[in-house]
Design a protein around this ligand. Sequence first.
Ligand code: GLU
Length: 372
Amino acid sequence: MAKERYQRVVAKFGTNVLTAGSDRLDAEVMSALAGQVARLHEEGRDVIIVTSGAIAAGRHRLGEPRERKGVPLRQVLAAVGQSDLMQAYQELFAGHGITAAQTLLTRRDLADRQGYLNARNTLLALLELRVVPVVNENDVVAVDEIEGAKIGDNDNLSALVANLVDADLLVLLTDTAGLYSADPRVDPTAELIRRVDRIDEEIEELAGDTAGRGVGGMATKVQAAKLATAGGADVAVAEGSEPDVLVRLCRGEEIGTLFPAAADRMESRKRWMLAGLSLKGTIVIDSGAARALCQEKRSLLAAGVQEVQGAFDRGDAVAIVDGEGKRVACGISNYGAADVAAIRGLRSNRIEEVLGYQYGGEVVHRDNLVLL
Ligand code: GLU
């Protein structure tokens, strides 16, 4: 069974959905999707859109793609089309009283730990302000020529974003009903696979065989599903033209192909933090802070910090120990060791005055904290 309700949803709209198969953004389709996002938003859910369609929009605006000396065409098209795309979202959401925010990301932004934290903090702050982030890859700077710069397809981008914000559902809307047992365009016996509990070689091969048009075929959807389910999100691949598909999926209806989360959210974060990162230092906290962390599941604030050990940078993983030296948690520090030492014991509203800048009131945000 899919979860009854999902609270934080990443919805990816593919080019074929947004253009309804035509050569331009389809106003009706976009309006219907924005309407669904608005309903989810009104229900109090967090929705993040990952959108394609910039290149398609740019191509349409410039007419026939022209060869341009020295400027790769895709980048030009993306630069032109991204603003059209954003304008379309902004106008549609304004009609629902919702503000949208453009967020352009590249692989390099997320591979770097500090960039990852900055992107995460910004997205979470936007959600807190009830703004709908509209994410796309920054195709203008993320080019093949720069190694490691490019994610390349928005399916994988949407999975990275789902993990970044701890989404509990990732919806990949496309122009087919889901993952089939064979290519439905050529094989009449092809059946829709309703649920994939484990993404094994067989499933990967199937997705490879049934890859659709463009960069975002089934192969990248299965890759994305693997990434996001490992991070603890359920993933649904469904047809964008299905009425109210997004709203129904978020309410727990099973449409298309469901890939249930492979790991419990907290467990997977814990494993990742414990295994994937070495602890670079230690923050000693007082008993009040220990109680706030462990019992009330609160963030670690500067006021509760007693002592700092080791040399860690902003974005590094640290151990958090109580006054008796017992390790109570580990987490990712929003401030480097020298900064934490400088602001220890202070109220959060004094951070800026002391450091001359601030990265938020929390030394370790509760979302970046694993209790032991
Ligand atoms: N970032 C591309 C665009 O906006 C789309 C890439 C994809 O669909 O996978 O046109």
